[in-house]
Write a new protein. Structure first.
Length: 156
């Protein structure tokens, strides 16, 4: 048996915009179906909202998203609830999304695109445990950790 855990993000009318943005950052293909595609009457205010959406990329990135029906406006974005103090992450958020790559260059390129419109929690750069690490909250309120896998010495 094989299983995968995939982040499923819940939006309030921004799912298509978020999916398109994540596709522009990570590559891959966007698949999105609306409530109207699933039979909701076209005159319904939710008919054009995303009921099922995902980005799937050949590099292994995958995220799912949908719009909560009946929710017409994005959740009010308050001050970031995640911060770094003395090398420690302080947060009351229930989760972060983590992206790990093999080289500083490939992860830096993702960071640069994902940081557009984001609040940077910790700048992308060298860390004690990895060649590079950074944390930000994107324009949709999702907090991301990006890092580079540490090289491990071969077993003796």
């Amino acid at each position: 048996m094989s299983v995968n855990a995939v982040a499923h993000l819940n939006f309030r009318g921004q799912a298509r915009e978020a999916l398109d943005f994540y596709q522009s950052v990570f590559g891959g293909q966007v698949v999105a179906a609306t409530y109207g595609d699933f039979g909701m009457p076209a005159e319904s205010p939710d008919a054009s909202k995303v009921v099922f959406g995902q980005v799937v990329a050949d590099n292994g990135f995958r995220v799912m998203a949908y719009d909560v029906p009946g929710a017409d406006a994005p959740v009010a974005k308050s001050a970031p609830t995640t911060r770094r103090e003395h090398g420690t992450t302080i947060t009351d958020e229930p989760f972060f999304l983590s992206v790990r790559g093999e080289t500083v260059e490939e992860v830096r390129a993702l960071w640069d695109r994902l940081a557009d419109g984001a609040t940077v929690v910790e700048e992308f750069g060298p860390a004690q445990w990895a060649p590079a690490f950074g944390m930000l909250t994107d324009r949709f309120g999702i907090t991301w950790i990006l890092d580079v896998a540490a090289e491990h010495a071969p077993a003796a």
